[in-house]
Design a protein around this ligand. Structure first.
Ligand code: FMN
Ligand code: SF4
Length: 594
């Protein structure tokens, strides 16, 4: 029996707004153990919305599930860096200690262990989530402790806090991560500058977005300011789902005021009264400290009504949690999610600056972009423009992980060479770096003098180091599975293409590949690039094709033949049909051409 009062309480927590359906579903799952058909019905009734809408949203997000996952759900981060750090062995060890099979609930209904996409902890893996809370640096001792705590059925509140301590690992601080910041200092200057002055500073700074595409912030802010609508919104994109990226996590952990102040300055510039920080579900542990930072800002009159004593300056920030979907990092998918829907991308144009959240003008920027905006307003656009290169101004936060001695977050002026970063992080014998995550660029050792900059190797932040001992085919295969898993299924080229690509990589891994398969993957890339609806599909084949070009030997040694080799034995597959029809003559067999 579903406790309808509990559903009512959950709904009230979110103002009974269908737009906050993802949050309600998260809470209902915590309360009832799963999103069973009864829970879905009750939520639909409570919100007076069609059941199918609740169900389609619930089934879209990886962290939501229709069946119970036991009292403890443990999800191991599964990007390639985690795997090289031993995540698969750690998972197997824990399963053995708990007598449970991966992907199945234990017989006593106590525990469920499985993998999930990258959880933003590449500098301290192997890592996992337990009931949504992060468990970094899982060595054997910690896994033993976790197994004991689970078997004793101890509530998470009683687990030793050190298990949940997420290190910041700031290795090279700069203006964003290292230098002091007085909350309110930039905001006071913004009030004096007025919106036109703020936009002028951004223009002088030549700030380009740090979330991937590198769009000019001054243009986006000015266009959003000009757009007509009943309300304007500011959204900070803290979805950070690109494997190998964790710099936004570190900024939010160490410098929340830089980010919130940037959002507040943006509100002043575009005329918004409401902002949202969309926090990826995997960063649940950041929610409490971030709420505390917002409370401090309200108490200091840096947020809320009449900010800094200006009766016309009113702005609030709400933090909204995602529920596990890479697509929600794409700005229109994010907005759909914020409206309580599956995070599928919208048709564009119109872009969010004209018609975004609730179809109103909406400014979406990355966490790091807002932090940069704060420094620009505080110190001036000219100061910012003097850092980096003319086309890529300012500093860039880089999340370094993989085969190096000092993984963590590094802040460099744009234009730093890949070689320099490798030297600083203590990477010996690197053969390649994946810059910007799976959708970024594979830089082989021959090209280590290339520079991190929009005009050379652009990066949303990830810098995954692979030593000569690593098989680059494994890297590309892991990335192909990531995209197949994260494709939202909206358009056929991507839904089918990403699966075909991952299956072909599996076929090669099984030693059944041929030159034909290599050509087919090139063809798939062309289809994905030209026919997909959004950026995920456009880049999905990039890691495979780039790795194939840079490390052809990693692929070629897996090829059995130069012509086509089927992935499975077709003749054997017809065995059941032969049995049913009672035929076993020559004509009932597939005859090999050999
Ligand atoms: C599949 C996909 C995933 C994305 N994930 C993120 C993300 O996690 N964080 C982010 O800031 N931008 C992400 N983006 C880019 C956003 O759509 C958007 O361009 C960005 O948030 C704008 O902010 P910026 O101009 O400050 O970079 C993603 C784009 C695509 C296509
Ligand atoms: S390209 Fe992929 S992720 Fe993007 S809309 Fe199509 S199916 Fe969804």
């Amino acid at each position: 029996m579903i406790d309808h009062e509990a559903i009512g309480r959950i709904s009230a927590r979110y103002g009974a707004k269908p737009a906050r359906l993802v949050g309600m579903l998260r809470d209902a799952q915590s309360e009832f153990g799963s999103l069973s058909p009864g829970v879905i019905d009750a939520i639909a009734d409570e919100l007076h919305i069609p059941r199918v809408r609740v169900e389609s949203t619930a089934s879209f997000y990886h962290l939501l599930h229709a069946r119970p996952h036991g009292a403890f759900e443990l999800l191991f981060s599964d990007n390639i860096v985690d795997r090289f750090a031993g995540s698969r062995e750690a998972l197997a060890y824990l399963c053995e200690r708990l007598w449970v099979e991966p992907g199945k609930v234990s017989e006593d209904g106590l525990v469920y262990v499985d993998t999930t996409s990258d959880i933003g902890m590449g500098d301290q893996g192997p890592a996992a989530l337990v009931n949504g809370r992060a468990l970094p640096a899982l060595d054997k001792n910690r896994l033993d402790l976790v197994a004991t705590l689970v078997r004793e059925n101890r509530p998470l509140a009683d687990w030793p806090p050190m298990l949940f301590e997420v290190a910041t690992n700031v290795r090279k601080p700069g203006p964003l991560l290292g230098e002091d910041f007085e909350p309110g200092a930039a905001l006071a200057r913004a009030v004096a500058l007025k919106p036109e002055g703020i936009l002028a500073e951004l223009e002088t700074a030549n700030l380009r977005g740090r979330g991937g595409a590198g769009y000019k912030a001054a243009w986006k802010w000015a266009s959003c300011r000009k757009a007509e609508g009943a309300a304007h919104y500011v959204i900070c994109n803290a979805d950070e789902g690109e494997p190998g990226t964790f710099k936004d996590r570190v900024l939010l952990q160490t410098r929340p005021d830089l980010v919130f102040e940037g959002m507040t300055i943006a509100a002043l510039a575009i005329g918004a009264r409401q902002g949202v920080l969309y926090l990826r579900g995997e960063y649940l542990y950041l929610l409490e400290p971030l709420e505390a930072a917002l409370a401090r800002r309200r108490a200091a009159n840096l947020l809320g009504d009449a900010i800094l004593g200006d009766a016309a300056f009113n702005f609030e920030i709400e933090i909204v949690l995602g529920a596990g979907a890479y697509m929600c990092g794409e700005e229109s998918g994010l907005i759909e999610s914020l409206e309580g829907k599956p995070g599928k991308p919208r048709n564009r144009p119109p872009y969010p600056d004209k018609s975004g959240y609730l179809n109103q003008p909406t400014l979406v920027n990355n966490v790091e972009s807002f932090a940069c905006a704060t420094r620009i307003v505080e110190r001036g656009g000219a100061w910012f423009a003097a850092i980096g290169t003319p086309k890529s101004t300012g500093t860039k936060l880089i999340s370094v992980s993989g085969d190096c001695q000092h993984p963590g977050t590094y802040e460099y002026p744009f234009g730093v060479s890949v070689r320099q970063v490798l030297a600083d992080c203590g990477a010996k014998a690197a053969q390649a770096v994946q810059v910007g995550g799976p959708s970024g660029t594979c830089v082989p050792w021959r090209e280590f003098d290339r520079r991190i900059a929009f005009e050379d190797v652009p990066s949303a932040g990830a810098f995954m180091v692979f030593s000569r001992e690593r098989d680059m085919f494994d890297v590309a295969r892991n990335f192909s599975h990531f995209f197949a898993h994260e494709s939202c299924g909206f358009c056929t080229p991507c839904r089918v293409g990403t699966s075909l690509l991952a299956n072909t990589m599996d076929k090669l891994a099984a030693g059944k590949g041929s030159a034909y398969d290599m050509q087919r993957m090139q063809m798939l890339m062309r289809v994905l690039l030209s026919m997909s609806h959004c950026g995920l599909g456009h880049t999905a084949a990039k890691p495979v094709v780039q790795t194939m070009a840079a490390f052809p030997e990693a692929f070629e040694r897996r090829l059995r033949k130069l012509d086509f080799e089927p992935a499975f034995d077709l003749d054997a597959a017809l065995g059941t049909a032969r049995m049913i029809t009672g035929r076993d003559d020559d004509w009932a067999h597939i005859v090999s051409a050999e």
